[in-house]
Design a protein around this ligand. Structure first.
Ligand code: EPU
Length: 431
């Protein structure tokens, strides 16, 4: 089993670069399935979720060509199947975007129900199904397989989402891009990766307006041809390193970010006594004074992101007084709290709220990541703690963070990867 070993208590100093956004990349790669030509995608993060999706596309007949470390040409012009390999699909959540892409392109799709991080609650796709049904698809879920069929392709419709869902907004945008007529998605999610996907599709020839607001209008086009696109920086990766500096102390220049996307996170860190200086495409994070308590509720963008909830809760374990963190997006995302307790934290979870009593310090311990962001939170705890922390389950972290141990080491952290032979790592070369 691969583990991270951290000798904590060292403040972080220096500069790091942020990679391309995971949640944009995992939408843009399936979107390439709809393009009749070569898409050149730049700033792809080197993470295992991206590798899994590229593998799925390759198995479907896509031609992939590496241009450089972060740039890939994807040519799906010869794909003739509406069926995606079930085994790989079950590994990641974002594989459900293949439903929208295939429905848009072929008018039918057979894909496995998505897998991905399980942070404790149910992850339904009823809003995706409701939207595709309104667009004329007959959707059935049987034995873990989603089968969606249309007569002669999707037709535009007006769809009101009952919950603000990133996944449903993206999936319906994909389907609608090549549908007949106009689709309007109301109560749409507004996350930066939704805007990024719309920009990608538009640069390939789609006609999408309003992404980033709660009403998105998509005029279906007959064909999308190739083009170039560069993925936005990862807001959550940047936020995670901001939280790491807040937890461990120090001063770090975080480069290649869009400060506007980080406003929700920066605002709360400032309340906690952390200095944040916004520059044009980078930020400085500095923490050299005691942390202050605060109260946070996660919400869809532009609110405080749920994908930063475990990391910020971990930092609040070290703030004087009582803080509360309420999860406003997912039913249950507090599995990591039991692991933090092994390090001396005091967190009580009452429904969707964590009540955090600050302690002067955490102590290193053997702990286990249960999902991607929980894993990132445990790394922050290890960096801030006195003594040695050994983290298992790091394959979750590598799904979404590119070279986390190298980036942290470059900031002066004492963090090492211990490889053990029986870990089922994704070593296979994709292209
Ligand atoms: N929901 C429904 N029905 C649906 C879809 C969602 O009830 O059909 C509910 C969910 O149960 C949840 C809420 O709506 O309570 C929001 O879910 P959403 O659909 O927005 O989540 P998602 O698309 O499955 C994406 C990110 C998550 C992130 C959420 C919220 C990707 C691949 N995943 O998930 O990211 O937490 O949006 O921002 O984009 C992560 O990166 O660690 C991660 C989990």
């Amino acid at each position: 089993m691969t583990k991270y070993v951290i000798n904590g208590g060292k403040p972080l100093h220096g500069e790091i670069e942020i990679s391309g956004a995971k949640n944009a990349a995992v939408a843009i790669i399936p979107a390439a399935l709809m393009v009749d030509g070569v898409c050149r995608i730049e700033n792809l993060p080197e993470i295992s979720d991206v590798k899994t999706l590229l593998h799925i596309l390759k198995e479907m007949g896509a031609k992939l060509r590496v241009v450089d470390k972060r740039t890939l040409d994807i040519d799906c012009s010869r794909i003739g199947t509406s069926h995606a390999t079930f085994d790989m699909m079950r590994r990641i959540r974002a594989s459900y975007y293949i439903i929208g892409a295939l429905l848009g392109r072929f008018g039918r799709a057979d894909v496995a129900m998505p897998g991905g991080c399980n942070f404790g609650g149910v992850r339904p796709i009823d809003q995706h199904i409701k939207g595709f049904t309104a667009m004329g698809a007959n959707v059935k879920v049987r034995n873990g397989i989603v089968s969606a069929v249309t007569g002669d392709g999707l037709r535009g419709a007006t769809i009101y989402l009952d919950v603000v869902s990133v996944g449903a907004t993206i999936n319906l945008m994909l389907g609608a891009a090549l549908a007949q007529g106009i689709t309007i998605i109301e109560n749409a999610a507004k996350e930066p990766h939704i805007v990024d996907l719309a920009n990608f599709l538009n640069s390939m020839g789609a006609d999408i307006r309003g992404a980033g607001t709660s009403v998105i209008k998509i005029r279906g086009v007959k064909r999308m041809s190739g083009g170039f696109y560069s993925i936005i920086p990862d807001q959550i990766e940047a936020g995670t390193y901001m939280a790491a500096v807040a937890g461990a102390g120090g001063r770090v220049l975080i480069k290649d970010v869009i400060p506007k996307h980080l406003e929700g996170i920066s605002g709360k860190l400032r309340e906690m006594g952390v200095t944040i200086v916004d520059l044009e495409d980078s930020i400085i994070v500095q923490r050299d004074a005691p942390l202050l308590r605060t109260h946070i509720k996660t919400m869809p963008y532009p609110g405080f992101p749920t994908d930063m909830q475990p990391q910020i809760s971990t930092v609040l374990c070290l703030a004087e007084g009582t803080s509360t963190v309420t999860e406003g997006v997912w039913d249950n995302r507090f599995k990591y709290v039991d692991e933090l307790a092994k390090m001396g934290s005091f967190i009580r979870v009452d429904g969707r709220t964590a009540i955090i009593e600050g302690v002067p310090y955490l102590t290193g311990a053997p702990i286990k990541a249960s999902d991607l962001r929980a894993g990132a939170a445990l790394v922050i705890a290890g960096l801030a703690a006195h003594g040695r922390t050994v983290i298992e389950g790091v394959n979750y972290i590598e799904r979404g963070y590119e070279k986390m141990t190298q980036k942290l080491s470059s900031l002066g952290a004492d963090i090492k990867i211990i490889f053990e032979r029986d870990e089922p790592r994704f070593k296979k070369k994709i292209v």
